[in-house]
Design a protein around this ligand. Structure first.
Ligand code: GTP
Length: 170
């Protein structure tokens, strides 16, 4: 059979962690060293075809700057999936990611597919957050976990395919 699923997907996380870059890598296969900071939020769509279903993602890429924090509920409300991004070279961004996870747990949808993403994995020499630390936090909070690089494309399609596979089942 062939099922069509339309799913709202939101990206959350500290400024500069690479939310826009991950989306542009997924949607356009592009990466910019000097990606501009998002104002408010940006909207993208992308379709992924699986064996049994076609998933059409409506993607809300939110702005990480603190002054936009209060807008976030508009974007995660009604979402089927959320990607919470931190930057492996910034412990501060990991702390912020944990705050987003708690906010989603408190106010979000209980069946939300939530993914913790450790981005900028290409910057291994500047790493501040060990892979195991992110992975353990994800496990304790029942989140999917990926280490990615929007720059090299490491794990980016895997991330979105995994979300699509989870959404196919709901
Ligand atoms: P806000 O819109 O401010 O919330 O930022 P953002 O989370 O959307 O980050 P953005 O995609 O704008 O990326 C910030 C900077 O990090 C840009 O200069 C990107 O080129 C860079 N960047 C993003 N992803 C990666 C990555 O995987 N590796 C490296 N080395 N740089 C990255």
């Amino acid at each position: 059979g062939n099922k069509n699923v339309q799913a709202k997907l939101v990206l959350l996380g500290d400024m500069g962690t690479g939310k826009t870059s991950l989306v542009l890598r997924f949607v356009k296969g592009q990466f910019y060293e000097f990606q501009e900071s998002t104002i408010g939020a940006a909207f993208f769509t992308q379709v992924l075809s699986l064996n049994e279903a076609t998933i059409k993602f409506d993607i809300w890429d939110t702005a990480g700057q603190e002054r936009y924090h209060s807008l976030a509920p508009m974007y995660y409300r009604g979402a089927a999936a959320a990607i919470v991004v931190y930057d492996i070279t910034s412990m501060e961004s990991f702390v912020k990611a944990k705050k987003w996870v708690r906010e989603l747990q408190r106010q979000g949808n209980p069946v939300l597919v939530t993914v913790l993403v450790a981005n900028k994995a290409d910057l291994e020499t500047k790493r501040q957050v060990e892979n195991e630390v992110g992975e353990q936090y994800a496990k304790d909070n029942r989140l999917l976990f990926f280490e990615t690089s929007a720059k090299t494309a490491q794990n980016v399609s895997e991330l979105f395919y995994e979300i699509a596979k989870r959404l196919e089942k709901v």
